[in-house]
Design a protein around this ligand. Structure first.
Ligand SMILES: [Zn+2]
Length: 117
């Protein structure tokens, strides 16, 4: 990936608006997907995670680093990178790592959980 952090940040920020617009209609599905997906298992398919207490850590896929600062919190079904400040839920992760918009990410995760969207 050659994009800089700054570019990606504004790119993500721009997509936040459409996320808010579409959120209302699919709130139930989003919650359903978040409840059904094992965030550790999903992210572990992209990032090599090591358990560390109640959370999991790995080398961040969104910025260059040697020491793992990318952290996944199974309890809150969220993730956060202390190195670059990216973070969110499973949907945010798929959006960023696959470069999808919110609906595309939802569809992908829907397939993953066998929910028809
Ligand atoms: Zn990072």
């Amino acid at each position: 990936m050659k994009r800089t952090n700054e570019n990606r940040r504004s790119h993500v920020f721009g997509k936040t608006k459409s996320w808010k617009r579409t959120k209302r209609h699919i709130t139930y599905d989003v919650k359903d997907i978040k409840d059904k997906i094992d965030i550790v298992k999903l992210i572990n398919a992209y990032v090599d995670l090591q358990q560390s207490g109640s959370c999991y850590q790995g080398v961040c896929p969104f910025h260059r680093e040697n020491h793992p600062s990318f952290t996944v919190y199974p309890e809150t079904r969220s993730w956060y990178c202390f190195g670059c400040g990216e973070g969110g839920d499973v949907i945010d992760f798929i959006r960023l790592i696959e470069d999808l918009d919110f609906n595309q990410a939802l569809r992908k995760l829907g397939k993953y959980t066998s929910i028809n969207l």
